[in-house]
Each structure stands twice: as structure tokens, then as C-alpha cells.
Design a protein around this ligand. Structure first.
Ligand code: XIL
Length: 310
């Protein structure tokens, strides 16, 4: 009874994280992805720990498969991610500062150049802040200092000048100390002429924590800095067991996030972190929580889907 595919109901990019395994193996997964979305984000396939688990030995198989699917089906691609403390190859941890700097440089150049012209937007640096707004003490922060973020953006821009470059984090949906810190950083980077063009708001929500009611205001203040905003990883976890009332509450959360984005012209993308409960990171990382996606395990649209696409 929906109006049509989700991607046709809005002039924003409507995306999903996608995993190369099911994309290759499951025709029904592929069919729903192709029908409903016009942007894809590789869920893991471009992460440093995947593409260069062993120093100097690259594996682009998953990333290439997703990028070629996107080309075949006319989807836009969000690149994810270049500088992140997690899913980092072990060997990177042991490098001393000078070598770490040149290695990060090589990683950014190699990865961005490989997909030059094929990526609409890159998550250049993600999760750089703690909840209190201080810098997260990652290997990059500790060994390269505050300037590592500006440097990463300059390197990515040099490798693909047309890709939109984003900083990205979680728990920055509403106005809070962490989103304040991202705001101040973006402001200072823009002032220095660093090529940053967007803020990615992950939007991993959970019913039990409530909806971040200042989301719209927060998106508006970022837009006023002169950058785009993207919802990059939306999902809404349900404490188990799932029931009809919780599915309605989940629909409310999705609708509020969708509306917050659509209220601001510069919020240009609404991407979910997977689209089916059949394949979601949630149960593996948050025991006792599940069913965070728009489609159920059998790829049937859930109340949340109907709410944003009535
Ligand atoms: C997650 C993937 O979904 C999992 O498959 C993987 O095991 C861990 O990473 N924030 C991000 C994403 O930016 O890259 C993470 O993806 C989820 C949290």
C-alpha cells in the first residue's frame, strides 16, 4: 500500500549500508535494495582493517563488488571510512609517529584514488570525540595530535577533488557536548579553508534512550555553518522481545529522524545501517536488542517503513 519505493518519495539520497556477502548470495536482498534505495554505503568493505589487514597486501574484492553493483544499478556510493580507531589493522598500532603519518597518508591516497569519480561522499574521519566533547585518545590523536583531522581532509581532497568530504559521529543527533565539539571543529576547519563539506550524523537510536528531540535544531545549526548534513547510519534498536507497541514506537523514532532531516534543505541524505533485520549489526553488538531495521527478516516492510512512506 506504499506510495512507491522509498527512493522516489523524496529528493534526498535514500541509502542503506550493504554487505558484499548477501549482495552476492541473496537475490531477494539484492532486489529490495535495488528497488527501494538510490545510495549504498559499504558496511565494512572499505575499512582499513578489511582492505589492508596485512601491511602492503590489499583486498578490494568486497569494495569493488559493491561499487560495481552501484554502477550497474545506477546507485550513488557513500565511502566509509578512512580514518577510524576501530577495525584498524593491528600493525598500524605499533607505528611510531613519523611512520604513522606517512602510512595514513598512503592509506587515504590509495583508497580515495582507487575509487576516484565513483564516490559521491566520503566519511573521512569518524568518531573523533568522546561524549564530553574532548578528543578521543585514538592512536591518531595521541601520535599525530589535533591536526590529524585537517590533514586527513586535505589528503582526501587532493585524491578526489569532487567527492564531498564528511566528518561523522554517533550520539550527535541532538544538541549535547559531543555535537557542540563537532560543531566547533567544523567551524574552525571551515575558517582555515580545510575542504570539509559535510557532517554525518550516524543516528543509531534505541527505544529505551528516547528520541533526541533537538535533532532538527542541531541539523539546522550545522547547515548554517555552510556544510551539508547526512543521516548516515540510522537504525532504531528494540529491547527484546519485540511486540506491536514497540514496532509503533520504533516507527515514531524513524519518522522523527526522517522529518528532522527533511525540515532542513541541506540535509541531503537519509541512509539506514542495513535495511533488513536478517542482516544487522545490532544483535551482535547489543545483546538483548534487535529488529532495528525498516524491513523484517523476510524482507517485509515494517510499521516504520510505512510511516516514512505512507
Ligand atoms: C559496524 C558493522 O555494521 C559491523 O558489521 C562491524 O562488525 C562493526 O562495524 N559505526 C560505524 C560503522 O561507523 O562502521 C559500524 O559498522 C557501526 C557503528
Amino acid at each position: 500500500s506504499a506510495a512507491g519505493p522509498l527512493k522516489n518519495t523524496t529528493n534526498r539520497w535514500v541509502g542503506s549500508a550493504v554487505a558484499a556477502g548477501p549482495l552476492a548470495d541473496e537475490a531477494d536482498y539484492r532486489a529490495v535494495l535495488t528497488r527501494e534505495f538510490d545510495s549504498v554505503t559499504p558496511e565494512n568493505e572499505m575499512k582499513w582493517g578489511v582492505v589492508e589487514a596485512t601491511r602492503g597486501q590489499y583486498d578490494w574484492s568486497g569494495a569493488d563488488a559493491i561499487v560495481s553493483y552501484a554502477k550497474r544499478t545506477g546507485k550513488s556510493v557513500r565511502g566509509h571510512t578512512l580514518v577510524w580507531h576501530s577495525q584498524l589493522p593491528d600493525w598500524v598500532d605499533d607505528l611510531e609517529a613519523g611512520e604513522l603519518r606517512s602510512t595514513v597518508k598512503k592509506h587515504i591516497k590509495t583508497t580515495v584514488s582507487r575509487f576516484k569519480g565513483k564516490i559521491r561522499a566520503w566519511d573521512v574521519v569518524i568518531e573523533a570525540f568522546n561524549e564530553d566533547g574532548t578528543r578521543r585518545e585514538t592512536v591518531f590523536q595521541q601520535k599525530l595530535g589535533d591536526g590529524y583531522i585537517a590533514e586527513a581532509f586535505r589528503l582526501a581532497h587532493a585524491a578526489d577533488p569532487r567527492a564531498k568530504l564528511y566528518i561523522n559521529d554517533y550520539n550527535i543527533e541532538g544538541i549535547n557536548p559531543k555535537s557542540d565539539a563537532v560543531y566547533e571543529l567544523v567551524r574552525s576547519l571551515k575558517k582555515k579553508g580545510v575542504p570539509i563539506e559535510g557532517v554525518g550524523i550516524q543516528t543509531h537510536l534505541a527505544l529505551q534512550y528516547g528520541f533526541p528531540t533537538t535533532m532538527r535544531e542541531n541539523i539546522e545549526r550545522f547547515a548554517r555553518l555552510g556544510v551539508d548534513v547526512a543521516i548516515t547510519e540510522a537504525d532504531v534498536r528494540i529491547p527484546q522481545p519485540t511486540d506491536a507497541a514497540k514496532l509503533e514506537a520504533q516507527a515514531d523514532f524513524y519518522e522523527q529522524a526522517w522529518d528532522a532531516c527533511h525540515a532542513v534543505r541541506r540535509c541531503v541524505e537519509f541512509t539506514t545501517w542495513g535495511f533488513t533485520d536478517r542482516h544487522s549489526w545490532v544483535p551482535g553488538v547489543f545483546p538483548g536488542e534487535d529488529d532495528a531495521c525498516l524491513f523484517d527478516e523476510d524482507l517485509r516492510p515494517k510499521p516504520a517503513y510505512h510511516r516514512i512512506n505512507p
